[in-house]
Ligand binder design. Structure first.
Ligand code: AMP
Ligand code: ZN
Ligand code: FE
Ligand code: FE
Length: 281
């Protein structure tokens, strides 16, 4: 049976693997298709595409955007993006700049508590345009300020803790539109994590194409629930591990194996979208 992982992060955002390492794990696990969904960037897609091709794996270029609808935060996955689309690149660059400022704000809050962390050490470790909280946490571990990621998040970085700084979010409707105008399909990420089912009808109304039913942190009951919702609203079904690297001493990739039939439906939807746009021109 063929299967896919459509939610993956590399060093181009807060993952720890290079695209080549990630493709290598994909090959070892026998994946037929993989998508890269780094936060607010498509920069890793070129290398990931080459690495997947070399390993005989189909590759789908993507990203993960942080969005909001009213007061509800959600993550939007974009698939089959034109990674050279000007508007997409301009918008994500804006969010990358916000992420970089946010690192300075988090470090300042940490320093205010008397903990000596240098912003430069976070940027050096992140070495990417889309730095985030995991990089702050890893820099704190490296400096011997905390023992592990859990301590960094529990003591400093998680919502409500002293160094938590809210992240600027795109409006969900703009996010869907941004993905569409870049030739992509817009998918709601890990709905079970955010418990945001009440906003699904509005997202569907705004043109949402799919929903991530399978995710490492979804229980079987949750996956079944979202499969029903996908059916009800005629949404595409996706799934992925959301691998950021090692978790409990082994690579997280492999925890979710999306049956390939769903990838075929994504290809068909993308093809339909292309002909619709072609007909309009
Ligand atoms: P950010 O986008 O900067 O707000 O960081 C969000 C990322 O931090 C998520 O994608 C997770 O990878 C990671 N994360 C969030 N909460 C935790 C936690 N409690 N422990 C470890 N990692 C976390
Ligand atoms: Zn992440
Ligand atoms: Fe997410
Ligand atoms: Fe993710």
């Amino acid at each position: 049976m063929k299967f896919a992982d459509l939610h993956l992060h590399t060093q181009f955002s807060d993952g720890t693997f290079t695209p080549e390492e990630l493709a290598g794990h994909g090959a070892r696990l026998g994946f037929a298709a993989m998508a890269l969904t780094d936060h607010d960037t498509v920069e890793g897609c070129a290398r990931m595409g080459v690495a997947c091709a070399a390993a005989g794996i189909e590759f789908i270029p993507g990203t993960e955007l942080t969005a909001e609808l009213g007061d509800t935060e959600l993550h939007l996955l974009g698939y089959f993006l034109d990674t050279h689309n000007e508007k997409l690149l301009r918008e994500i660059a804006r969010f990358q700049a916000v992420r970089q400022n946010r690192i300075h704000e988090m470090v300042a809050a940490i320093n205010k508590l008397g903990v000596p962390l240098a912003a430069e050490s976070v940027f050096a470790l992140a070495n990417c345009k889309s730095p985030g909280r995991p990089h702050v946490a890893r820099a704190m571990i490296k400096a011997g300020l905390v023992k592990n990621l859990d301590e960094a998040f529990e003591w400093f970085l998680k919502k409500g803790r002293p160094a938590w700084v809210p992240k600027a979010k795109m409006s969900a409707l703009e996010g869907i539109e941004l993905i569409h105008q870049a030739g992509g399909l817009a998918v709601m990420a890990h709905p079970g994590l955010n418990r945001t089912d009440d906003i699904i009808p509005a997202l569907v109304e705004a043109g949402l194409d799919g929903i991530e039913c399978f995710h490492t942190k979804h229980s079987t009951a949750m996956s079944e629930r979202y499969l029903e919702i996908a059916e009800k609203y005629d949404l595409l079904v996706t799934g992925g591990s959301d691998c950021h690297g090692f978790s409990k001493n082994k690579p997280l990739i492999g925890t979710v194996k999306l049956p390939y039939e769903h990838v075929e439906r994504l290809y068909a939807a993308r093809q339909n979208r292309k002909s619709e746009i072609g007909n309009r021109k």
